[in-house]
Design a protein around this ligand. Sequence first.
Ligand SMILES: *Cc1c(COP(=O)(O)O)cnc(C)c1O
Length: 822
Amino acid sequence: MMQNLSLDQLVGLVHAEKHGPLDDIEISQIAIDSRNILQPENTLFVALKGAKFDGHEFIPELMDQGVKAFLVRDDFELPFSLTGQACLIKVKNTLKALQELAAYQRTLFKGPLVGITGSNGKTIVKEWLGQVLSQKFAVAKSPKSYNSQVGVPLSLFGIDPGHQVAVMEAGISKPNEMETLTAMLMPQLGIFTNIGTAHEEGFESMQQKLEEKAKLFVYSDFIIFRKEHILISDYLKKNFPSDRLIEWSDNIGSDYSFTVKKEEQSSKILLMRPDLRVFTFQVPFSDEASLENIRHVITAALTLGMEPQAIQEGLKHLKAIDMRLTLKPGCNESLIIDDTYNNDLAGLRLALDFMAAQRPKKRKVLIISDLLQVGNTTQVYAEVGRLLEFYGIDYLIAVGEDIQRLKGENPIQQEFYSSTEELLQNLQTDVFDNDLILVTGARKFGFEAIVNRLQQRIHGTTLEINLNSLTNNYNFYKSRLKPQTKIMVMVKAFAYGGGASEIANHLQQLKADYLAVAYTDEGVALREEGIRLPIMVLNPVQESFIHLKAYQLEPVVYSPGFFRELAKFCEVQQTHMKVHLDLDTGMHRLGFEETHMDELIGLIKANPQLEIASLYTHLAAADESEHENYTRDQFQAFDQMCAKIMENLAYKPIRHALNSAGIAKYPEHQYDMVRLGIGLYGIEVTGKYDKQLKPISTLKTTISQVKNLKKGQTIGYSRKGIMPEDGQIATIALGYADGYDRRFSNGRGYVLINGKKAPVIGNVCMDMTMINVSGLNVKEGDEVIIYGPGISLKELAERIGTIPYELLTNISSRVKRVYYLD
Ligand SMILES: *Cc1c(COP(=O)(O)O)cnc(C)c1O
């Protein structure tokens, strides 16, 4: 919640002109997203043009909702009928103006601001530092990883007058971005977490990357870094005065020396202070990355004047947090949104937004703890009350002291508890039935126990789907296309194994234009899950015509015979249907051939009840260069067939030919639409843009048992596995019935355990597989990655002579799908 501004002040701050009637509104909120505006009359909507949307397009809709003030590009005009009904502040560049407003808000904040940059760990360091500092201060921090040119301004608007310290992160992907972030953030204290050695797209060299990131600190009083990161420490020492540098190290001789003693799951960190006093911190991690992050946090907290005892108190509540919002199947068909690491208003907003984007269930339930780190308690809970109303929460379960203020504020079912234990004693899972349950609480409330109670028990194997990666991949393909080209996404075969309804729902939010499924049933299921996008059905059968109509599905028509049947059905039913014509230009699967053209044209003319929504063809070998000439002939044949049909049509159908590989290789043939398939799921079959895509799915299971075997002992059916040396095997809870291909038997496949490769030994069984884990020091219950980041599906597919498509779509439906959003 920013400090209020009058419109006149605002206009002055962005050096603009005001157009429109209103001059006396107070602005207390700045929004860039049209979907979550709580107090429209006090909101300034900033219209940004992004890769996906142009904010200007939403202005009429927002005026309807009651928004009165807009920051817009100088060439923007309201539609004639709305002229003069809203106040437009016109500027050349709305992003720049947003940043200027943020810079102004920053000047109003008098407490210290900590700015964090680096290649890895920014978000974790920010979250942990915020958590530790909240033992002593009211802390504002950027929500999740809002660290970009747009994210940083939004983070700054989240600072309110009650806050005492702000912790913000700054992320850049190319030169010249940091200056803008620095001008807004002006951090007094900086943390440079580390610098990755990997080449980053957007930077010419390591040196350039380093210089750019370090620009965050040009105005800082102090900069924290680790001595062992030689590149960073050399650079900072050369370019910044030494009295501004705070160096920590594993060894003595730095400003702070920390020695680490690792234990099983936790570690002790010994701090040697410059005055030689020693303090021991106990932390719940033993992995290198966490230990580095935590030492940045301790150093920063000490610099801000916290006592070691208070820091230790804050560290107790940290966990190796997974900051992602997670969807988990819950009891009685409910769906749980797990956000058990949230403690502020900005995070709550994001979680509620995420909840709103899920498929509707019976009720919206919010289980929430006191928010920590709040500035002005009264204001903050008033805002929480408004959020509950805005997001239509039906049932509130609140835990803590401060949150009792909400009692009776909203006319909804509500329960209040003073502690998590008290709630757990009273929590009956059978009160939930097909509900959407958001569980959001500050770390110290230990809400994991609640999620645990509500969660449906699942078999050890899960397929995790990262919806952010999916968005990334979608946007990558979109960036290869002209803005007006439509995208149809293939969600056939359970969205290539990923789970059709969740993925379709996400695509609906991304504003994909069309979906396609293989069979009518798949389309019906999507409609029943509330998917409203147009859906094409590749392979409808006659028995399903009635469903096509009832569920507004659009069939593919691929032969004169099929055309006649469908036309007759529509005639008898006195109805009309949109259809898509498959033109066979060389795939030789389904489709009209050149020789059918005259007959087809006759049929189209005679049957106006079938509207030709699109004409398409499918490429037989788009991913293989050796068949380039064949592919080009396919385009040519397609052009000719389309021309013939369109000469005889009074309207213009959509034309489309490219699949994922086609978009990568033949973007010049994008026509009016493309059909995106495997690329969305993170696999770039041509290999050309591997780096730009992210894998979206991770298949995981756990170790059920570990056995010690002697050299020569045999393993599994037919005694195919033979122990090469004395050692250990592990049995994992996954077999060919889950979709783990039997061809991975006997060392052809391998899995990752604690980041290390372990080969399959013996034959894959129906529900289990044995792995050679000799020397890997694993234990029962350890997580096993079958594929995902670190093991590429492409490589696995090659090992057994198949294609990634097959591995993806083979994952059995008994494997639970779990969806993440960062
Ligand atoms: C499956 C399919 C696609 C998508 O192919 P990808 O190689 O996965 O991109 C496109 N068009 C048709 C007709 C399909 O059947």
